[in-house]
Ligand binder design. Structure first.
Ligand code: SIN
Ligand code: FE2
Length: 221
């Protein structure tokens, strides 16, 4: 077998535990990267990427969109889930079956057997964009995990503890890696360090992240 042929082979998946209930499924997404990205392109054609403003008035460096029955939004009034995209005044695009299946299977792989995502936040990082340490706590039912899929340029993910001061682990997330955190780690602080310049064959100069959640806000629409 030639080296060229080797480089075509998918990387071997492996699992890294970060803390109880939190793990990285390295190379979990193997042959679906381009299909996922074409779904992202379709979604963001309808619900364009935009830079949200934090309640404190700062423009976020990460550009965001959503699909699913509700989407995460932020403005001067606060953070919340909304069934209407404030930019278009329309419902968010439906979550593609491919997204749903991937999220459910990844959650199961990490030990969460009954994941029912109703929202997917789509984050687009250009070079230098970052996400400060935060907790995902706008969801009503914290028994279900968060499933986060990395595409495009690599990132350094910070994964801390239940307090902002807890020491953070730093994990390199490459395209196809999936992080799942739930159970005792569901409210752990996490963030993304500024994305370094680079070139990704699939996205060019971006990192794209899909974060699946069960928000519990769907029924209240
Ligand atoms: C998030 O915390 O919502 C996104 C994490 C990531 O981009 O890896
Ligand atoms: Fe988050």
């Amino acid at each position: 077998m030639t080296m060229d042929l080797f480089s075509q082979l998918p990387a071997e998946p492996w699992t890294e535990e970060l803390s109880p209930g939190a793990m990285v499924l390295h190379h979990y997404v193997q042959d679906q990267v381009l299909s996922l990205l074409s779904d992202v392109a379709e979604i963001t054609h309808v619900a364009p990427f935009r830079h949200l403003v934090t309640p404190g008035g700062y423009r976020m460096s990460v550009a965001m969109s959503n699909c699913g029955s509700v989407g995460w939004v932020s403005d001067k009034q606060g953070y919340r889930y909304s069934s209407i995209d404030p930019l278009t005044q329309k419902r968010w695009p439906a979550m593609p079956d491919r997204f749903l299946t991937l999220a459910i299977l990844a959650a199961r792989e990490a030990g969460f057997t009954d994941f029912q995502p109703d929202a997917c936040l789509i984050n687009r990082y250009d070079v230098g964009a970052k996400l400060s340490l935060h907790q995902d706590k706008d969801e009503l039912d914290l028994r279900q995990p968060i499933v986060s899929v990395s595409l495009g340029l690599p990132a350094i993910f910070q994964f801390g503890g239940l307090s902002r001061e807890a020491k953070c682990q730093r994990v390199l997330l490459s395209e196809g890696d999936v992080v799942v955190w739930g159970g005792p780690s569901r409210l752990n602080y996490h963030g993304v360090l500024p994305i370094k310049a680079g070139f990704s064959p699939s996205t060019g100069a971006y990192r794209v992240n899909l974060t699946f959640r069960h928000t519990g806000h769907t029924e209240k629409r």
